[in-house]
Design a protein around this ligand. Structure first.
Ligand SMILES: [Cu+2]
Length: 257
């Protein structure tokens, strides 16, 4: 009799399990992929960070942070439509921000096609104000620095750099800047999500290893926690900016090693 009861219980458990699975299927939240927002700061006279390695559908926003001379900056793709050789994937939509002169002014672009995208500031290209974004991993064949002005050849990150730890550090800087940007746009929920996604993959990242090597990994993680707490309670913008700056400072130090 006990055996029958046990069998019955097992049968009921299986049926209930199947029912829950079937019922749970359609009501489970969509595992949609969140669009990440990377912010590149436009400064006198460089892009910070100068390179990124992103995935298709990621958004990059360039935000004007410095304009001391008042002549402004642009964010412009290397493309024949801009009187320049093609240095973005064939078929990719070229972009040109136009002249940005107001601090805080921004320009946004969503990268759809994989490949390497080089861009420049039309006013300061000769001073090496150029940037590079790899979408969907390193391209084959890899573009070279040839054909760029001399100053740009030395300032543009190489494919190898962007595919390695340097690229990961640049990405982390731009993601933190993206969190600050989203919060500034009153998109606090998205900012928090981006921060938590970043925290979720941080432990296994090359950035964590590089910070650990400098003995500042825990310091960095606690600065992320401070940022998370501030975002969670809707702290004022100045406090968020300071928290982002604190976290970024440790990453910036890595790029200067
Ligand atoms: Cu410029």
């Amino acid at each position: 009799m006990e055996r029958w009861l046990a069998l019955l219980a097992a049968l009921v458990a299986v049926i209930v399990g199947m029912l829950l699975f079937w019922l749970g299927g359609p009501t489970r939240p969509n595992m949609e992929i969140t669009q990440r927002v990377f912010v590149v700061e436009v400064r006198d006279h460089y892009f910070d960070p100068p390179g990124l390695s992103v995935l298709p559908n990621d958004r990059v926003v360039w935000v004007l942070k410095e304009n001391a001379q008042g002549d402004g900056h642009t964010v412009t793709a290397y493309h024949p439509s801009q009187d320049r050789p093609l240095r973005i994937p064939a078929g990719a939509r070229p972009w040109n921000s136009g002249l940005m002169t107001q601090i805080g002014q921004s320009y946004s672009y969503v990268f759809a096609l994989p490949g390497v995208y080089d861009y420049f500031c039309t006013l300061h290209e000769q001073q090496g104000m150029v940037g590079r974004i790899i979408v969907g991993g390193a391209a084959n064949p890899s573009p070279t620095e040839q054909g760029l002005p001399a100053a740009a050849q030395s300032s543009i990150p190489t494919i190898e750099e962007l595919s390695g730890v340097v690229g990961e550090v640049f990405n982390a800087i731009a993601l933190l800047q993206g969190i600050e940007y989203l919060a500034g746009q009153s998109q606090t929920a998205l900012a928090l999500r981006q921060l938590r996604d970043f925290q979720g993959v941080f432990a296994q990242s090359a950035v964590a290893a590089a910070l650990a090597k400098q003995g500042v990994r825990e310091q960095f993680e606690s600065r992320l926690s401070v940022l998370e707490a501030l975002l969670s309670r809707g702290a004022p913008r100045a406090a968020l900016e300071q928290a982002v700056a604190h976290a970024k400072a440790l990453l910036d130090a890595l790029t200067k090693l």
